[in-house]
Design a protein around this ligand. Structure first.
Ligand code: PRP
Length: 210
């Protein structure tokens, strides 16, 4: 597993406002989208492209376009939905599949309650979006899901991670080729499975408490 922590003052600045308990939902939502766009720049360094011939107003030249099959973006509901717009802005030709997962508040085990993905993901480049990597259970389950359908090239983009969760994902994936791009790695998990210092419950801060 390759882990890349995006280190940029704009990301750190926006993360600081995102973490602040006094930041209201509308600003929180806008910041998640903006952070996603910045992380997408890092996360798509390996996006597959193919050569294309074009003509500028001055002369013919060669360039690239996003290769077929188009990449698949998979936001993990709910909180990953807040990152989707930021990602499709940079990768408008990508397709979008959905995975709904919720973590049991007691056991911290994730359950999958919704799935809308292509049956066959062979040769598809997949980008999984979830703002929080806490115990790592949700991300592991999501990546396993994609690998079982044939995906061989998976990049996960998360805003925050706990070191324990990152280690757990790495262990569970047994050396399979996955890239994780992060805005920051925080100190630790608390006894309730929350990232410390973190930003609280991203789903609740984006969409309110269900
Ligand atoms: C949160 C978060 C991740 C998951 C991380 O979702 O958005 O999906 O928990 O925790 P883990 O690494 O320990 O699995 P939650 O289950 O709260 O659902 P929500 O997005 O609907 O709020």
């Amino acid at each position: 597993m390759r882990v890349h922590v995006a280190d940029h003052p704009l990301i750190t600045h926006k993360l600081t406002v995102l973490r602040d308990v006094n930041t209201p939902s509308p600003i929180f939502r806008a910041l998640v989208e903006e952070l996603m766009t910045l992380l997408a720049y890092e996360g798509t360094r390996g996006v597959r492209v193919e050569p294309v011939d074009i003509v500028t107003p001055v002369s013919p030249t060669k360039g690239v376009r996003i290769a077929d099959p188009k990449p698949l973006i998979v936001p993990i509901l709910r909180a990953g939905l807040g990152m989707l717009e930021g990602m499709v802005k940079l990768l408008p030709s990508a397709e979008v599949g959905f995975l709904g997962m919720a973590r049991d508040e007691e056991t911290l085990e994730p359950t999958t309650y919704a799935e809308r993905l292509p049956d066959d993901l062979s040769d598809r480049q997949c980008f999984v979006l979830d703002p929080m990597l806490a115990t790592g259970g949700s991300l592991t389950a999501a990546i396993e899901f994609l690998l079982k359908r044939g995906a061989t090239d998976v990049t996960a983009i998360c805003i925050l991670a706990a070191p324990e969760g990152l280690a757990a994902v790495e262990k569970a994936l047994h050396g399979r080729e996955v890239t994780v791009v992060l805005g920051a790695v925080d100190e630790r998990l608390d006894e309730h499975g929350f990232i410390v210092p973190g930003l609280g419950d991203a789903g609740d801060r984006l969409y309110g408490t269900v």
